[in-house]
Write a protein that binds this ligand. Structure first.
Ligand SMILES: [Zn+2]
Ligand SMILES: [Zn+2]
Length: 438
């Protein structure tokens, strides 16, 4: 889709004269906005309508503003866009042409690219055009991948069905030797133009293959059409494609199958692009190459030490740690295991693994045994208990165990919190059991 480098005249977009008054601009805008509102269009026209709607809004935004309109009248759209473009003195036209050459495919994948409003730069890898033909559209797929697969790397095969140039007529659509006439829809050029937004206030025309002659510019008489493709120039081809998702690949990363999109006569074939969509893991969380994982440790282990497997890693390995007696592990403490995170894409190194201590406290049955309480009381130290200055008055107050994060009625917002309805959640009656947060 080569952008032509031609920007649309904003007065033309709104359908007003160059000397139109502000009132006329406003009126024209309301009329055009209503006509092109995407919600009022049938599905297949919606994309086009959306672009027109944006164009109309941008035109209004500039022409209704005296200062912007004066700039526009003097310098054109470059005058409006350049101050914020930071394109380093690059001419707007060069910029647009460059974009076009990069294959602004304009496919739904547009929101994955860093520059808002710069649709379809997925074709970046597609600078390898032949320099002559415009580039066909890229096809962008979101591909959901588990963290396990991203850890190990994965090869995926899938069936693809696409249009390829007809082998019999080589994409001309006619019998050998047959003489076609110029297509009346595109006047023989093979392409038609449609509007496209490229940036906040920019609109450009882009060429798309003419739907009537399939981009050839020529049409054959019924009798002279290629028998194999019946004049369509292309045939559907099914094949199996394979992609490799490298280990350590990140969310949003692209895997490009160059030249595997639909073939269109006169166009360099676009790419199929897979965008890695990392699936949430139920126990691991990832931040770039680092991983975090909760480890359940009993109160006894936290105090007395242990040596055992604490988790199963993404490749199925058990990860064992030794915690020697002499220090205590506390709820929420973080243990760093160097080199056990996600693999880096290059080399053998990995990120780090952070284990977050989640203490398992004794259950109610254990707690109900007076013997246990007596034993613990005998060994645990009594102090240090915080001391207070002497107070004249002391109130003994009741309480319930609750959770500030949970949106239950126990949250301290007035008296309703006292209803003891949800106390059966953890059986916390006396409030002497530490609330276990999951
Ligand atoms: Zn054919
Ligand atoms: Zn045509």
């Amino acid at each position: 889709m080569n952008a032509t480098g031609e920007t649309i005249d904003l007065y033309e977009v709104l359908g007003v004269e160059k000397d139109a008054s502000k009132a006329e601009v406003k009126k024209a805008y309301h009329k055009a906005a209503l006509a092109h509102h995407p919600d009022k269009q049938p599905e297949h026209l919606r994309e086009e309508a959306e672009i027109k709607f944006k164009a109309v809004s941008s035109a209004y935004e500039i022409l209704y503003d005296d200062e912007k309109r004066a700039t526009y009248d003097q310098f054109g759209i470059e005058g409006i866009n350049n101050p914020g473009m930071g394109a380093g003195g690059m001419d707007f036209e060069d910029f647009i042409n460059m974009m076009g050459g990069m294959g602004m495919g304009g496919m739904p994948g547009m929101h994955f690219h860093g520059m808002p409003g710069m649709p379809g730069m997925g074709g970046m890898g597609g600078m390898r055009g032949d320099g002559q033909k415009p580039r066909g559209r890229d096809v962008v797929h979101q591909y959901e991948v588990t963290l396990e697969d991203l850890y190990k790397g994965k090869t995926v095969k899938f069936g693809s069905s696409r249009n390829v140039l007809c082998s019999s007529c080589k994409g001309t659509g006619g019998k050998e030797g047959a003489k076609p006439k110029d297509c009346s829809n595109c006047e023989g050029t093979g392409s038609t133009t449609s509007l496209r937004q490229v940036g906040r206030n920019m609109v450009t025309r882009e060429e798309v293959p003419c739907p009537v002659c399939h981009g050839n510019g020529k049409i054959f008489k019924e009798k002279e059409k290629c028998k194999k493709c019946k004049g369509a120039c292309v045939k559907e081809e099914k094949k199996v494609l394979e992609i490799y998702i490298p280990r350590g690949a990140k969310n949003g990363e692209k895997i490009v199958l160059a030249g595997e999109a639909d073939e269109v006569p006169g166009y360099t074939t676009g790419d199929i692009i897979f965008v890695v969509d990392e699936k949430d893991h139920e126990s691991f969380a990832r931040a770039n190459a680092d991983l975090t994982h909760a480890v359940k440790i009993t109160l006894q282990e936290a105090i007395c030490g242990f040596s055992r497997v604490v988790l199963q890693h993404l490749d199925g390995r058990g990860i064992s740690i030794e915690h020697k007696k002499g220090t205590m592990l506390k709820q929420g403490q973080v243990l760093k295991v160097a080199g056990e995170g996600m693999p880096h894409k290059r080399g053998e190194n990995k990120g780090d693994l952070y284990l977050i201590v989640d203490l398992i406290w004794p259950d109610e049955e254990w707690l109900a045994d007076d013997n246990n309480i007596a034993k613990v009381k005998a060994v645990l130290p009594e102090g240090p208990i915080p001391e207070f200055e002497s107070m004249e008055h002391i109130d003994e107050v009741p309480f319930v165990v609750t959770d500030l994060d949970a949106d239950n009625e126990g949250v301290p917002h007035g008296a309703s919190g006292w209803e003891d309805e949800d106390s059966d959640d953890d059986g916390e009656e006396g409030g002497n059991v530490q609330c276990q947060q999951q």
